[in-house]
Design a protein around this ligand. Structure first.
Ligand SMILES: Cc1cc2nc3c(=O)[nH]c(=O)nc-3n(C[C@H](O)[C@H](O)[C@H](O)COP(=O)(O)OP(=O)(O)OC[C@H]3O[C@@H](n4cnc5c(N)ncnc54)[C@H](O)[C@@H]3O)c2cc1C
Length: 322
């Protein structure tokens, strides 16, 4: 919608990959050794990075100790994974996104919505590979590394609901991503012993690591071509996860000043109204004022001369701060 309205946007890099699940006890032992299982230490976490020979960064994302893999699609006919831990971090498995970086202009066209189309394509592939009923496609790590489809799972019971379908994840990931993942996992095993255990489960696809586009901000955090629009939240494309909220907290006082100024009852410079009263042809809306010259008495129709009147066409809400 914003794109159709001409709001400035640009493609940005993001990442794609899978969720990987291990028994939490394997991660605890790799990290804590003989102290694994101590209630003082709790469930172990990890962060892993590898630079693959094909030039791609591979990294762990949103590692969830003692957590679950969560269905996170927002559209029909698509499958997307995410992960979360309860406060107790007491579920049987550790999970993490393992994702590979993507670049606009190289992996999809350098156009604002091309990354979204790219996401949709692979999420639809995952839906098909999962069996078309919102189960997610999954593969044992041993099978993935050996390049064969999984036909069953082993000791690691995946937590994804409504369930998973053992299959070949290479049908729902780009080749260069599969290649980078195959190279990275053994490297990760050197850092965390047991990471490539045969029965560890990979579930796909993890595509929503961050927004695939950015709505550039200019002066005072407003859109560069649409004053009064403050791109905020994850969709603005400046930061992923909960962190964009910090920006929203910092910009809110500024925004509030602008809104309260714009929503003040407009004053008439023709001298016919009492300043405290809104002009009869100018009404307040949530974000500014809208001007309806046809509802003004003829003598008042020179709305452009009004100090709060927008230069925008009638009926259109002018931008806050205008
Ligand atoms: C399972 C899971 C686990 C996560 N774990 C973490 C984590 O540990 N750490 C982290 O940093 N991030 C995590 N994230 C990501 C984080 O939740 C998001 O990045 C963050 O919530 C984005 O904030 P937002 O305000 O941009 O959007 P949202 O929090 O999605 O808020 C958007 C709001 O707009 C509403 N809305 C949407 N469309 C409309 C409409 N048309 N009309 C009216 N209202 C509408 C929605 O109902 C929603 O309330 C997780 C996400 C998921 C799904």
């Amino acid at each position: 919608m914003l794109h159709d309205e001409g709001v400035s946007m640009q493609a940005k890099p993001f990442s794609i990959g899978v969720r990987i699940e291990h028994p939490q006890s394997v991660i605890d032992t790799a990290q804590f050794g003989s102290a694994a299982g101590s209630s003082l230490l709790g469930a172990a976490e990890y962060r892993l990075v590898h630079h693959a020979a094909n030039g791609r960064g591979v990294y762990s994302f949103c590692m969830c100790p003692g957590g679950t893999v969560v269905a996170a699609t927002s559209e029909e006919g698509q499958v997307v994974t995410n992960g979360m831990s309860q406060y107790s971090r007491a579920e049987r498995n550790a999970n993490s996104g393992i994702v590979v970086e993507l670049r606009p202009g190289q992996d999809y066209p350098d156009e604002p919505l091309a990354g979204v189309a790219f996401q949709r394509h692979w999420e639809k592939q995952a839906f098909v590979a999962g069996g078309g009923d919102y189960r997610a496609p999954a593969q044992r790590v041993g099978d993935f590394l050996a390049g064969r489809a999984s036909v069953s799972l082993g000791e690691v019971v995946p937590s994804y609901r409504p369930g998973v379908t053992p299959t070949d994840l290479s049908t729902c990931l780009p080749d260069f991503v599969v290649e980078a993942l195959r190279e990275a996992l053994p490297h990760f095993d050197r850092k965390l012993k047991g990471y490539t255990m045969e029965d560890a489960v990979m579930t796909g696809v993890e595509t929503r690591t961050s927004s695939p586009l950015r709505i550039p901000r200019g002066e005072a955090g407003q859109s560069v071509n649409t004053p009064g629009l403050y791109p905020a939240g994850e969709g603005a494309g400046y930061a992923g996860g909960f962190s964009p909220r910090r920006w929203m907290v910092s910009v809110w006082p500024k925004l509030w000043r602008v809104i309260s100024r714009a929503c003040r009852p407009p004053l008439c410079n023709i001298g016919c109204c009492k300043p405290a009263l809104p002009h009869p042809g100018i009404r307040r809306c949530g974000w500014g004022v809208s001007v309806r010259p046809e509802r003004l008495p003829p003598v008042h129709r020179n709305v452009v001369a009004h100090p709060h009147a927008p230069s925008a066409p009638p009926r259109q809400c002018f931008q806050a701060g205008g």
